[in-house]
Design a protein around this ligand. Structure first.
Ligand SMILES: *Cc1c(COP(=O)(O)O)cnc(C)c1O
Length: 387
């Protein structure tokens, strides 16, 4: 059955009384106060108390032992991959349906992304398909995994929690163990999301979060590395601050490193934002529920809801068109956007991007199929207001 576009618009209008962008920050707390404090005190950059405070708040929210704040989520991912031991000429497994930053970070280390298919129950890596793929395309020798065809070492796997919805972490972790792959969680979109009873980010040896302007919590631009490993945390701090050795005045550095530390003024914004995270999460769940109810009466599509084992932050709300309606995606996107409800397709699958089209990949038909059917809806936390 084809989709009645008027019903789609009606459902949208029943949830959103006004035009809305895809995702905007909500500044309703101490943002101005804390940022002004930075400027008044002169501590806007690499010193001042907010970075440590921001990291402390994140440690408790993410239930991670160590948190290192960075300039962007991409920088966090780049550093995390380096800390995981990814070297040039390696391959890193990466979902085919993700934001381009996941794959870019791999290339930044001179390594090659190797694309993995996704599943429709989580929109993230399909663990069964992953394992099947590795069973005939990879071999493990002395605790190292190799791509049989290219001969390259496969050193790590990036697991993305797509649109904030947790992936099948236990199963993906098991496959990583079996094939000696370091698991890195790209939880850029998933602040506040829980897998079973825990916040996402503790299955990976290292995990990252983004605080870009379009994420649930923003620092303007920013990111964080999470880990429970003390040595890795120390090294993370070191390589994100030019590997400078402590000394009252000498400039001594003991390895090539990055300038990736989050500035104090960004952390100030983040501290204020985190104070309202519980409210953002409640509002986002309510908004998702309102969409879910509104779209129940529209034939030919489904509103995506969190997997049973998870509690999602619903970073981006997602409609999935039924298979037979995939061709109507663009015209539905058109009619929703015309009404100033800013809606977007999913990211172009990685293997369709010119710089990645020759990278190794498995059969990625499900991610293509999902891309053909996904429509993301306005999702800012302030869009939902208590009736
Ligand atoms: C936003 C995002 C990133 C990158 O974060 P930035 O802070 O924008 O650099 C990485 N991966 C995913 C899945 C993202 O959504």
């Amino acid at each position: 059955m084809s989709i009645d576009k008027n019903l789609v618009l009606k459902a949208m209008e029943s949830v959103l009384p006004n035009p809305a962008s895809l995702h905007e920050p909500s500044f309703i707390g101490n943002e101005w106060k804390y940022v002004k404090e930075c400027i008044d005190s002169g501590w806007v950059s690499s010193a001042g108390g907010y970075v440590e405070k921001f990291e402390e708040q994140l440690t408790s929210i993410c239930e991670s032992k160590y948190v290192i704040a960075t300039v962007t989520g991409t920088a966090a991912l780049h550093a995390a991959l380096a800390l995981a031991g990814v070297e040039s000429e390696n391959e890193v497994l990466c979902p085919n349906l993700t934001f381009v930053a996941s794959a870019n970070a791999i290339v930044q280390l001179g390594a090659t992304p190797h694309f993995i298919d996704c599943q429709n129950s989580t929109l993230s890596i399909d663990p069964l398909k992953l394992e099947e793929h590795l069973s005939f395309s990879a071999k493990v020798e002395q605790n190292k995994c190799y791509n049989i065809k290219t001969g390259r070492k496969i050193s790590a796997l990036i697991c993305v929690h797509t649109f904030g919805h947790p992936a099948e972490l236990d199963q993906i972790f098991d496959v990583c163990e079996k094939y000696s792959l370091v698991l890195i969680e790209d939880a850029a979109e998933a602040l506040g999301s829980r897998y079973k009873t825990r916040h996402v980010g503790s299955h990976g040896k290292l995990s990252v979060i983004s605080f870009n302007g379009n994420k649930t919590v923003t620092t303007g631009g920013g990111g964080a590395i999470l880990t429970n490993d003390e040595d890795l945390a120390k090294l993370a701090r070191h390589i994100t601050t030019t590997a400078k050795l402590p000394h009252p005045w000498e400039y001594r550095h003991d390895m090539p490193a990055y300038n990736y530390r989050m500035p104090n003024i960004n952390a100030a914004l983040g501290c204020a934002q985190l104070e309202n995270l519980p409210l953002f999460l409640i509002n986002k769940r309510n908004l998702a529920e309102a969409y879910n109810n509104a779209f129940k009466s529209v034939n030919g599509l489904k509103f995506f809801t969190e997997p049973k084992f998870a509690e999602s932050n619903y970073w981006l709300n997602t409609l999935i068109l039924d298979q037979e309606n995939a061709e109507e995606k663009d015209s539905i996107l058109n009619s929703i956007n015309e009404k100033k409800f800013s809606s977007r397709p999913a990211w172009t699958p990685m293997h369709k991007l010119p710089m990645f089209e020759n990278c190794p990949r498995m059969d990625v038909s499900e991610s293509e199929n999902l891309y053909a059917r996904i429509i993301n809806l306005p999702s800012s936390a302030h869009l939902w207001e208590a009736p």
